[in-house]
Write a protein that binds this ligand. Sequence first.
Ligand code: AMP
Ligand code: MG
Length: 287
Amino acid sequence: MPLKDYCFDGTRKLELRDMPTGAGEYRVRKGEYVDATNANMQRAAGLQEKLYASGEEGLIFALQARDAAGKDSLIKKVFGRLNPAGLKITGFETPGETDLAHDYLWRIMQAMPERGTIGVFNRSHYEDVLVVRVHQLQKQYRLAKRCLTDDFFERRYVQLNNWESYLWENGYRMVKIFLHVSREEQKQRFMDRMELKEKHWKLSVADMKERALWEAYDEAFETCINATATKVAPWYVLPADNKWYTRYLMSEILVKTLEEMHPQFPPLDPEEAAKIPAAMQELEREA
Ligand code: AMP
Ligand code: MG
């Protein structure tokens, strides 16, 4: 399936049940995809260096998914192959007192990467229209009554679209990734977490309870993606059951997005350039 078929930019509607969760027929070509991922990451690293050198645009990947869909390992295995100096990884957990004392974008704004840097959000502002919607948490968040309208989440989608347009107009790109894992694969990964000692730290009984809300989450993801898929801040719905395939697609998105940004090394200031011959002579004299 070409990359564009995983992309939602507002020009077509997402039906989550039509989207694959695994590599399907590509499974037999795993080796080729792993090689292609390696080549993509080399290319991405070269483009990242130019992005960093030019410092003109910032790029943010917002990763959203169910538990055990592979966000952490995607960060480690794909983004971990870029230059860490030009990366800013931020995880968003349950908001604390200070977070809740502010508007929901407050903590996100503090995590924004500088221009020239690639930001990776492990969960993001989208939690505020996903987990919050499924559990109706806004009702516990001490919000003024006038804010708790019937169209609370529709308004939030508009706010998110407005905010992402604002970022676009201020030199940032936001790309949103949904890791689409199947119910069976999630079960298997939870089982592994229970069986393997080195995975115990990832275990959370609360995560397992969320499985009972599978359909509610499907609905929340689908509605959210359809409402917030735009040209300036597209969503990608990536199959997550085969990690090597997810990594390949993520590497493709990385290269495609960086190529669209077309970063260039900045030209040397002519005044500095004029000083080069004398500086070279000086260094040569040292020897
Ligand atoms: P983990 O990604 O495993 O570290 O878990 C983080 C937890 O924080 C998940 O259960 C998220 O649903 C939760 N979380 C993140 N952001 C929010 C938010 N804005 N409101 C409520 N829960 C959140
Ligand atoms: Mg978790």
